[in-house]
Design a protein around this ligand. Structure first.
Ligand code: GLY
Length: 469
């Protein structure tokens, strides 16, 4: 079943049950707590909070989403992406747990002939929040799930909230067992690659305040999120979201640009990882520019800049020297224009914005060999530091570097610095040291390093206590 058909079935299932079909909102909603829409519920937030009267009691949508919290995982795993489409059904004080579980179960396991997704009910597992006996009983009675395939988890996994002040609640996640080829037995609490999450049902009933305390919302609501790309991966028997019909042409364009035989036997792990990251980031950038974001040094524009630069960084790591981003954007637009016609209308603008940023970045990283060499050395040193066990390695003669970390987690900052090296700015040579500042993922740090000399060895000094430990 292709992705367009999964989308159609999701919407039709809920429309037939009285849900109003609501088109995807822009990725850029006017919500001061968020840079981008990161979940299907975001456009409905005022209804959950009781700030506005919902014009309908129940709704269904397929919402464009961008999440960059997991950006380091993109390409490494089979399932992470910064851009994804989230199918969801919503109840604004209308039906609650029994309705949500019943509706989800019927769609997931309903036969394909009758309009369902046709998953084998014996392969479905669910998780519920520890103590939510009502959800456990419902999965047992409504869906007939045996108790051994209903697993309990704590607040960290099974309490959904926006990550910022806002509505949330206990949740119940639906997983499909993809079989022993994907990992060990034991359900989602053991392996989330084999047991792939395809749907999250949130029993939305609490408001999370800035200080973390929670109070009741005016009504008991339902908010669900089902990642379209993930459902497609399982439906189509693909190992990763990147190989589904909606993504494959972009992946193939990336592999072609890199000259990597992605599906053959010769691609190295590093090449395959880089190709996936190139594809995902160019696709996400295409959607962001399509909704009006342009690269800049702050806010949304900075996130976009970072996404594009990561694509180029990964490409350079595996030897790509020619511009490639517009070719990948074309492939993404061709696949997504059916659902999002504005992408075709803005194709030229998207291409121009991508090309300009790619060229700018390429100019940056090729400008000045000393600077580039210094940054590459910095990158290598950062890798050694993050790999190093304890202080000892840092005493060995390796490239000179002092790190002054301003974040709580210096180790991670150093790790990302490797990929962010072109974000390093304000470089200045002084007294044999190169001083600079860098930022990545919202973190800001400063460093100084010894400038390379042909006649002497490098000496690493990492004086930051956090970074050095
Ligand atoms: N709002 C539910 C989810 O994003 O999983």
């Amino acid at each position: 079943m292709d992705t367009a058909e999964i989308r159609r079935r999701f919407v039709a299932h809920f429309e037939a049950d009285g849900h109003t079909v609501v088109p995807s909102a822009s990725l850029l909603l006017d919500d001061p707590t968020l840079l981008f829409v990161n979940a299907g519920m975001v456009p409905f937030k005022p209804y959950f909070l009781g700030q506005e009267r919902p014009p309908y009691p129940r709704a269904v949508s397929v919402q464009k989403c961008v999440r960059t919290l997991d950006i380091e995982e993109v390409g490494k795993t089979t399932r992470h992406g910064t851009f994804f489409q989230m199918c969801g059904n919503f109840s604004f004080g209308d039906y609650f747990k029994p309705g949500a579980i019943d509706l989800a179960w019927r769609l997931v396991t309903g036969s394909q002939e009758s309009g369902g997704l046709g998953f084998d009910g014996d392969k479905i597992w669910v998780t519920v929040l520890e103590g939510d006996d009502e959800a456990i009983d419902l999965w047992h009675s409504v869906a007939g799930l045996p108790h051994q395939r209903i697993q309990r988890r704590g607040l960290l996994d099974n309490y959904w909230h926006m990550g910022v002040p806002g509505p949330g609640g206990p949740c119940s996640e639906i997983y499909v067992d993809r079989g022993p080829a994907f990992g060990p037995e034991g359900g989602p609490i053991v392996d989330e690659d084999r047991f792939l999450e395809i749907w999250n049902l949130v029993f939305m009933q609490l408001y999370q305040h800035p200080d973390g305390t929670r109070t009741e919302l005016p009504a008991q609501n339902i908010d669900t999120g089902s990642g379209l790309e993930r459902v497609a991966a399982v439906q189509q028997g693909k190992r990763s979201v990147f190989e589904t019909d909606i993504f494959l042409p972009v992946l193939e364009a990336a592999a072609a640009a890199a000259g990597v035989d992605y599906f053959g036997t010769t691609a190295t792990t590093e090449q395959a990882y880089a190709v996936r990251a190139m594809a995902e980031h160019c696709r996400a950038a295409t959607l962001l520019i399509g909704d009006g974001v342009v690269p800049s040094n702050e806010g949304r524009g900075y996130v976009l800049r970072r996404v594009i630069r990561r694509a180029v960084y990964f490409a350079r790591k595996i030897g790509v020297r020619e511009p490639f981003t517009t070719r990948l954007a074309d492939a993404a637009i061709d696949k997504l224009k059916g659902a999002y016609p504005h992408l075709e209308e803005n194709r030229d603008f998207i291409r121009r914005a991508l090309q300009a940023e790619e060229e700018r970045f390429l100019r940056t990283i090729t400008a000045g060999s000393a600077r580039l060499e210094a940054l590459l050395v910095l990158q290598k040193a950062a890798r050694r530091l993050t790999r190093g066990t304890q202080g000892r390695e840092h005493d060995q003669p390796v490239p000179g570097l002092e790190c002054f970390d301003t974040t709580a987690d210096g180790r991670q900052w150093l790790d990302t610095l490797g990929e962010d090296f072109a974000d390093v700015d304000a470089l200045k040579f002084d007294g044999g040291w190169l001083h600079g500042t860098s930022r990545g993922m919202g973190r800001v740090g400063a460093f100084r390093m010894v400038v390379p000399r042909r006649d002497r060895r490098w000496g690493l000094q990492c004086t930051s206590s956090r970074a050095g430990r």
